[in-house]
Design a protein around this ligand. Structure first.
Ligand SMILES: NC(=O)c1ccc[n+]([C@@H]2O[C@H](COP(=O)([O-])OP(=O)(O)OC[C@H]3O[C@@H](n4cnc5c(N)ncnc54)[C@H](O)[C@@H]3O)[C@@H](O)[C@H]2O)c1
Length: 252
């Protein structure tokens, strides 16, 4: 029970890495707010947790809308009294070369991945400050470190998420708020599969190529990211802030 009596918010908790994180946090004793734009998916995560004996509830959230973020944080505090952990996981995945990407795609990816995470930190930080501290984990990506073909908007956004982590860690350190990031490699999720479909690629072939990129010659499972998010959220990572942990089976 590494998160006993902690209150956590996980954005995009209705699918993939977000869902696995919600389930793991609940198993470790945290009450978990599944904050999601997709109500059906978010409620499914809540049902999985409550069926397993955990404490969880769904709150609608669009991270790109500051009013939605404010309402989600307010509801969380009204229900649980405080917040201890924020996981910024929700993301958009527009790909393409700099010539392919439309301005709307740029605005969407930056508003979701970068400004959306900043919105959540902005609203949660005063609650953390009041209670004497907290832990924020931003889900970045190996795509924040490396160049990949036709992936400019997404990779640029993840590079920005990593700087959001470092700079926010500096600004919030005096308030005992730790801010860290996790950089997953190729993880088998619905979101990643949708990217492959949107690019018109064969899913089986693309998955083989994704698996081949890791030294371990397989894709990662969402649970394998959740366990590292748990570590950063917990007291086991009490001397870590401004750091990124790469979880990629050796891809980088
Ligand atoms: N899957 C991978 O291979 C991989 C690799 C590196 C990093 N990541 C990162 O991990 C995180 C999770 O990815 P995933 O593969 O599990 O994705 P996913 O698409 O399976 O899940 C993302 C969830 O975020 C929600 N969401 C999207 N926009 C939202 C918004 N505006 N407000 C609230 N919720 C919103 C979606 O409804 C969805 O449930 C993302 O930050 C992604 O960039 C994934």
């Amino acid at each position: 029970m590494r998160l006993a009596e902690k209150i956590s918010i996980v954005t995009g908790g209705g699918s993939g890495i977000g869902r696995a994180t919600c389930e793991r946090f609940a198993k470790e004793g945290s009450s978990v707010v599944v904050a999601e734009i997709n109500e059906v998916a978010g409620q499914e995560t809540v049902d999985l947790i409550t069926d397993a004996g955990g404490i969880s509830n769904f709150l609608p959230l669009d991270v790109t809308d500051i009013h939605s973020v404010k309402a989600m944080v307010e509801h969380t505090v009204n229900r649980y009294g405080t917040i201890d952990i924020l996981v910024n996981n929700a993301a958009a995945f527009p790909m393409g070369s700099v010539e392919d990407a439309t301005e709307d795609e740029w605005i969407h990816v930056m508003r979701t991945n970068v400004i959306g995470s900043a919105n959540c930190i902005k609203e949660v930080a005063p609650i953390f400050r009041k209670s004497g501290g907290g832990s924020i984990i931003n889900i970045a990506s190996v795509s924040g470190f490396m160049a990949e073909p036709e992936a400019v908007p997404y990779n640029a956004s993840k590079g920005a998420v990593m700087q959001l982590t470092r700079c926010t860690a500096m600004d919030l350190a005096d308030d005992h708020i730790r801010v860290n990031g996790v950089c997953p490699g190729q993880i088998d999720t619905a979101g990643a599969t949708q990217v492959i479909i949107d690019r018109g690629l064969d899913v089986v072939e693309a998955d083989k190529e994704r698996a081949a990129e890791a030294l371990m010659k397989r894709m990662g499972r969402p649970e394998e990211i959740a366990s590292v998010v748990l570590f950063l959220a917990s007291e086991d990572a009490s001397f870590m802030t401004g750091a990124h942990i790469v979880v990629d089976g050796g891809q980088l």
